[in-house]
Write a protein that binds this ligand. Sequence first.
Ligand code: BGC
Length: 760
Amino acid sequence: MNAKIRSLLKELTLEEKVSLCSGSDYWHTQEIKRLGIPSVMVSDGPNGLRKQDLDNAESGVNTSIKAVCFPAGVNLAASFDEELVESVGEAIGAECQAESVAAILAPGNNIKRSPLCGRNFEYYSEDPVLSGKTAAAYIRGVQSKGVGTSLKHFCGNNQEFRRNSSDSRIDERTLREIYLKTFEIAVKESQPWTVMCAYNLVNGVQMSENKRLLTDILRDEWGFTGLVMSDWGAVRDRVRGIAAGLDLEMPSSGGTYDSLVAEAVKSGNLSEEDLDRCVGRVLEFVFKAAEDHDPSVEWNKDEHHLLARKFADECIVLLKNDNRVLPIKSDEHALFIGGFAKKPRMQGGGSSHVNCIGIDSVLYAVQGNTKITYEEGFSAEDDSYDDAKFRHAADAAADADKVVVFAGLPDMYESEGYDRKHMDLPQVQNDLISAVADVNPHVIVVLENGSPVTMPWIDKVEAVMETYLCGEGVGVATARALYGRSNPSGRLPETFPLRLEDNPAYIDFSGDCSAIDYREGIFTGYRYYTKKKMPVLFPFGHGLSYSTFSYGRITADADKMRDDETLEVTVDVINESDVPGKEVIQLYVEADIPNTKVRRPVRELKAFKKVFLDKREKKTVSFILDKSAFAYYDTDMADWYVEPGSYKIEICRDAETVIESISVEVTPKKKRRPVYDENSVYKDLMEDASARKIAKPFYDKYINGMLKMQNTDEAAAEAFGTDYEVFLNDMTLRSVVNMSSGYITYGEMTELIGRLNKQH
Ligand code: BGC
């Protein structure tokens, strides 16, 4: 807190302070004219600026000014390209700056737990590293323009169903390794100006009052220095919110809570220090925004539209391309089918919905090309059947060299505010794709959807191109990819399961009304499918190219490391084809520790890089790995810990397919410090060398006593009919006392536990 803010805090009345911690309306912070405290405006994102149209007196909070619609969050993650995402952030930041928006309410950084979450299109990935790094790049881009971001929705907001009242019950390890990890990376790497707390509860505590998450972890552990604002209407008890570290209530609740907060300060229920801390952060944000505001910035709509196309090129994922049916050759007769060719779905519904400048449909992009014909077949608006249109399209398919069906999810299928009911495309689309494939062997399906769909026709079509929700440049970008004027380089940021029932969160997704148990734990997405060796439709990280890439041997600069050191890993990647293209190098780590006591995924993504390779070009790519590549969150230690042992570092085609691998021995600098208690078991104590020394005599005393009671070794073995050592493994200290018929006392055990824990 600087001197100016400290002196303002002295001048502000209690009522003024309280009012500053709540918006002045839907989008603005409170102004205090007499002290020169300005009001600043925030506006939605993430895939473009959604700023309320203030100049239009008629407009409500839902009418927004014209802006460019860039690819959705899922697309940005699919690019696997931090530089590209940063450029998207820069473009959006420039629009915000020019429109006097202090901070954009983005990026959306929640983990995709189920394909059904209605907001999956806004979010990045099922993997926290890909998600966190994408968010960090977006934040860097926007903030480089002197505009803030609001990293949202912190945290545990992985569904829309009852999002205001649901309680996400997540065990500590899962929280740390998956649901917090994505935020931790974004905060530590890019320090967003603001963080938005989620609507829901986490482990029984409303996020807007969750001191452990908003202060102890976000600020004290991760070093976040910005402002925490509420999601719109997420406040329940503002007094508790302020004490927990919620600085700004949004939007204004019209003063409803102001008097309660002032009362609480007067009565001593809320310390003025807590309030001042929040006010201080609001002031820091407001002044920073005002200082960084540059009214001279302009942006050019046409240029940004071209950027939207360019960004879209990089996010398209080619899922299948049998017999190299793609790219389509210019002299081939292509029949385009589907309402989405005319009216693309290129963004999702809800607070992220941008009032677009102009939308490229694919039909617009190919207009004038006489080798392309079009049949609508089905509407993009809904899931209705039009028999005549269906028949026309199916009949026309036989005559074309190639058929491209533009399929996808209509707006009403996925949106903020509700979850999807199933994972299927409208039946009419599935039926038409099948019917077309019955009469033409060269069918290409282009998909426009925000999250995975089932593909019952997958074996009947030659190609599938996933464009997700590609922004307003979608049509031109899709046409370029179909005709080989660009080369698809996106990779799936999520698994496409064969069926919804395979998803690890399938049973618990919506929970029992409001309690959502994350029972699958750390095994989200590919962590689950690979562990269960389950076949999927397309694995995480999958994506094809028109180029062919190969890899050289992976090398590391050491074969042993301590976890406070770093390791450099290098690999050559080669474009074996005459088609220039981009490859995504995916690096995963697999713990190769046979007797591990820790449940671990088969492998986890730890780093990735996208590189451009000209035809026949070779490049060397390297990664620096540190402790975070090997550690798991140890709940006994309440810390990250690297189990000593061997780890495989793998360059993979996708989460299932290892191309190259190398092993490294890692030892922890700090020994694991388990805390022993009466429930500690023999095996754990014997495996810990220093605990063994202390605990062995205790168990020996017990065994000897038992043997005495049984007279001989053989008699004891016989009496139990078992391997006595193994039998003993799970025996707790407490049960030793209980079973010893009094010759070992509770006092002895307590004294032993004291010595065990003191050894550290
Ligand atoms: C959404 C946020 C959004 C806010 C303001 C909320 O309903 O969850 O993502 O930023 O509204 O529109």
